[in-house]
Ligand binder design. Sequence first.
Ligand SMILES: [Zn+2]
Length: 353
Amino acid sequence: MFGPEDPLTNSQIAELLAIAGDDAKPPLNRAYRRASRKAFLWEEEAVSLYQKGQSLTELPGVGPYLEKIIRGWIEISPIVASPPAIRENFFTLTQVRSILGGRPLWSQGVKGDLQMHSVWSDGSSSIQEMAEAGKARGYEYIAITDHSKGLKIAGGIDEKQLVQQADEIAIVNESLRSADRTIRVLRSIEVNLSPRGEVDMDLASLAKLDIVLGCFHSALRKKEDQTERYVTALRNPAIHILGHPRGRVYNFRDGLSADWAKVFAVAAELDKAVEIDSYPDRQDLSLDLVRLARKAGCQISIGTDAHGASQLRFIEFGLASALKAEIDPRRILNFMGRDELLNWASSLRESTR
Ligand SMILES: [Zn+2]
């Protein structure tokens, strides 16, 4: 709880918007819920805009109607209860920036991004465009992790398309090499895991990739303990990284429960990585679980889950969480150079052969 003397934060405004969204009728409820999500991406605290006499409609998701409502809240500074689990432990961009602000070397040390989608599945940018965006961030690599065939709703690709995609990646890499660019595109995939922890792609085709990310997309609302599916997935020799482990989505789905200490211990034993999916609505693992992962000592992978070139900036959310959890940068894949990363990935394959 926060007293009335404290100015409202964007995080509290997001919570007030979400609560108002639960109480409002369509279509207003959708506007509230949308603004609640967007508040996590506001570049500045709404209160400071207000104090400077600027319009709050400068903030994404805020039109004239919501601006009046938010102004009212800022003026009375109501007490805001902690959010329920479905909205708990999400950083806002302003929090992320203040966490990273004191440690510029953290953001500058990132050598790549390990989850993103292209037009091959449900992304909006080409591989070339994603590579350009990665180059602009000074990366050594980006991993293209389009969805696999089991996830039809996201345009998942099959083994044949994966081979065609390899040709395109080779062409992009060749043009980067001849232009003396450092960055390379890594061949990867977000392979769909069944609720039993099994992959939906031919193992031989996965073995040709540089790195493989495995993710659950079904039976994500189960209440019972799901430790077993995570352990099975981690033990699958095809998988290097367990992506967006909980499957939570802000104000939409809580995600799964498991004995996380055990899941992370298995990852550590196998030298595999668990992901911090940095997409603002996901932030999965959440900070509490990143801390548990640190205790277990497993590898951490940070991926933006970008669905367009402009979303590579979401990396800050994952970095802030890792920094806040005091993860040793040597345990974070994204701080490895390209060769070190590829060596790690191939050594995992050898050890499970
Ligand atoms: Zn996914």
